[in-house]
Every structure is written in structure tokens, then in C-alpha cells.
Design a protein around this ligand. Sequence first.
Ligand SMILES: Nc1ncnc2c1ncn2[C@@H]1O[C@H](COP(=O)(O)OP(=O)(O)O)[C@@H](O)[C@H]1O
Ligand SMILES: [Mg+2]
Ligand SMILES: [Zn+2]
Length: 464
Amino acid sequence: MSSLALYRRYRPESFAEVIGQEHVTDPLQQALRNNRVNHAYLFSGPRGCGKTTSARILARCLNCEKGPTPDPCGECQSCRDLARNGPGSIDVIEIDAASHGGVDDARDLREKAFFGPARSRYKIYIIDEAHMVTPAGFNALLKVVEEPPEHLKFIFATTEPEKVIGTIRSRTHHYPFRLVPPGTLRDYLAEVCRKENIPVEDGVLPLVVRAGGGSVRDSMSVMDQLLAGAGDDGVTYAMATALLGYTDGSLLDSIVEAFATGDGAAAFEVVDRVIESGNDPRRFVADLLERLRDLVILAAVPDAAEKGLIDAPADVVERMQAQAGTFGPAELSRAADLVNEGLTEMRGATSPRLQLELICARVLLPAAYGDERSVMARLDRIERGVNVSGAGGAGGAGAGAGMPAMGYVPGPDAHVPAPAQGAGAGQGPVQGGAPIPPGGGPAAARAAVRAPGAGGAGTGAGAP
Ligand SMILES: Nc1ncnc2c1ncn2[C@@H]1O[C@H](COP(=O)(O)OP(=O)(O)O)[C@@H](O)[C@H]1O
Ligand SMILES: [Mg+2]
Ligand SMILES: [Zn+2]
């Protein structure tokens, strides 16, 4: 039993079990309930999202002895034949157009289709990978799809609906399937693991969901591999990052903290650990970029996790919230930009380690760069008193230093001296190059803005 792949063991046999496709399964079930069933359907969408599965379920609904029904009884001959582990039904014919999409196959189908079903209400053809049917094949099918006998139903499934010729497509009811959202997928995987009775450490499922890219089948395959390798303590986070090649979150924490505090020694030590532990530097930079993106979002939307904008376990979100608070918004956005640029450049021949180190140097040293975002980043630091002597003292006249420049708008409950009021002061340090008075005024103001709960509606500049 358990030698069967996980995704096959959990293949849904009713629409209720299909996840993340309610926009398709609800109207389909309603059509069955209303007995308004079309004679041809087109299921389109990305791989592994439930097209073939849903075609089989629809066939099961149509041929149930108590049907057509949105909820197949599960007990009649047809339902048992078409169950997950059933032998299949001679009246439900699956054709893989990738290997049987030629004109001869289509003619053959056309002839056989006119014979009525052997045992069931309908004879149902599921034509999978329908984009592989040749134009001549489609033309041979045209007439029977246009004017099918009463007993005949067609379900076409494809990743490329535009390759199904228009004359056929226009005869079908088209249902577009979608990638499944991360939250839905995560809950589903958690349920599967619970049923499999294998504990899974926090943080593992978001990695699996990420690796699966929204495809249920791919996510299930990854999960399967992790479950297969699980020891007595189940699937651990360390095992998942190692197997999936993701960067261990603690490395990301360390480098982000090094950036925030301007601690070069710590940053380069992390680089060393990345290389020494055999991580792919490019992967590390990609993961770092994703982390910075999450921080940019969190800085702008403190409840991003509840809103589903960020997918991570609670403790990671908590850590990231703290990290987002230790950066200035300009610094954060600049770091994301630089890491993004660095990632693009990493395709070249230069040693990836060297490039990673140079990225860190650029992030760490805004003082060495004269562009506006570097100046803004320096300003952030000065206000926080990081690596700048004399800054961070008490008092001082606040200059209302250009805070909204990066699109971070303070929330209604943030106590910020309105930056626009002191005309010129809001922009002075950036464009005019005026000296920046040391002082806690604006720093305190910004800290208030960044504090979780002081929600801003920023646009998250630099997010991928
Ligand atoms: N929406 C979904 N809900 C639950 N399981 C799904 C879903 N989509 C895919 N699966 C899982 O992935 C496997 C393959 O799905 P399938 O229907 O063949 O995908 P497609 O035909 O879209 O490529 C199924 O056996 C099932 O376990
Ligand atoms: Mg399929
Ligand atoms: Zn039945």
C-alpha cells in the first residue's frame, strides 16, 4: 500500500476532496445538481492541479447509478469501478493524446464512440494532454464533438487550451484550473502528514510548498520524499533544508542581523559558513532576496502574515518582525535592490563566493556610494546610531528627514512630526546635501513608524 506514491494514494475521488479549485468544482457540482450537464468539457491549467483527477470525478458523478449527482454514492458498480483503487470502468475511456493524438486514433475513437455504453449511463472519453491532438485528429473528432449522440460525453484536459482548435473549444464548457495558494497547500500537507502519522517540524511545510510551486502533485512528491527519509523524530527542518537545497533560516537570520548592525565581520563569517557547509551561493543569494522581500513587506504591513502576504511559521514571522524593525526602510529597500542586482550578475564566470562577498560589501557600506538610495540608507543608519559616531544622542532638533521618500507612509497611530511642515527640511539632507543634525528626534519618530502595529501602507519598493 505505502509503496504507492503519496499523491496517488491521496488522489481525490470526489469534488469535496479537491483543494483550491472551488471556482471550478462549485459550478460543476451545481450543474450536476441542476442536471444541466454539457456534452463536452475543457479543463485547462498548470500541471498537477487536479485536471485529470477532476475529469475522473466528473465521470464518476455522471455515471453513478444514483446520478448524475455532485456526490457519487460510492457503492454502485460504477462508483466502485471508478474509485481510487478501483479497476476502472469500460465506459470511461482515458486517452493520452501525447501518444494517441493522431488522425488514425481519432477516427478509431469516432467509430467506437457511436456504440452505446456497455454498463453505464454514459460513454465518457477523457482526452488528456489534449493539446497533443494533431490538427487532423481534431478535425476527425469535430463532427462527433459537435453533434454527439445522447450517450456520449467528452472531457478534454490540457495545460495549453489555446492549442485546442477553436471549433472544438467553442463546443466545450471551459473550466480553468489554477495553481493552489500556499496557505491551502500547507494545510492540506499538514493533514496528509497527520494521516501518515509522521511528525513534521515547524518550518518544513512552507519549504515543501515553496518547492512545489503551487502544484499539488509536485508538493506531494516532495513531501513523499521527505516522509520516506524521516527518522524516529519525523521530518526535521534541518533535513528538509538539506534535501531541498534551501538555505537554513539561521544563516539568513545571521546575515540580516549583520546587515542591520553594520557588522562586517559577522557578515563575512556567514559567507564563510555558507560556503563551508556546501550551500550553493546563488541559492543563498536567492533565499536572502526572498527574506529581504518579506522584511520589506513586513515593514510596510505589520500584519502581513495574518493577511497571507507572507508564508512562514509563527516563530519565523516573529523573528522577521524584529529584523524589519531594526532596519530603516531606505536601508531595507536598498539592500534588496543590491542583492537583486547581485543575483542577476551571479550568472557570470566570476567566483560565486567572491560575488557574494562583494554584494555584502555593497550592502554594508552605503558610505562608499553617492547615489540617492545609499545616502538614504546612511541617513537611516545615522538616525539609528549604527556605525556612525556622534549620532543617536538625546534631544536635538528633528529635521523631519525625508521619511516618506521610499513610499512608507506612517499609519494613523504613529506619532510622527509631520515631515512636510518644516518646508525643505523633509528633503534637505537628501537633495540639498545639507548637514544632518545629530539627534534622536527623527530616529525616535521612525522607530515609532516601524514598530509593529504602527501600520503603514507603503508600497514595498524593491520587492520582487
Ligand atoms: N486540487 C487538488 N486537490 C487535491 N489533490 C490534488 C489536486 N490537484 C492534484 N492533486 C494531486 O496530484 C495528483 C495529480 O493530479 P492530476 O489531476 O493528475 O493533475 P493534472 O491533471 O492537473 O496534471 C492527484 O493524484 C492528487 O493526489
Ligand atoms: Mg493530467
Ligand atoms: Zn454510485
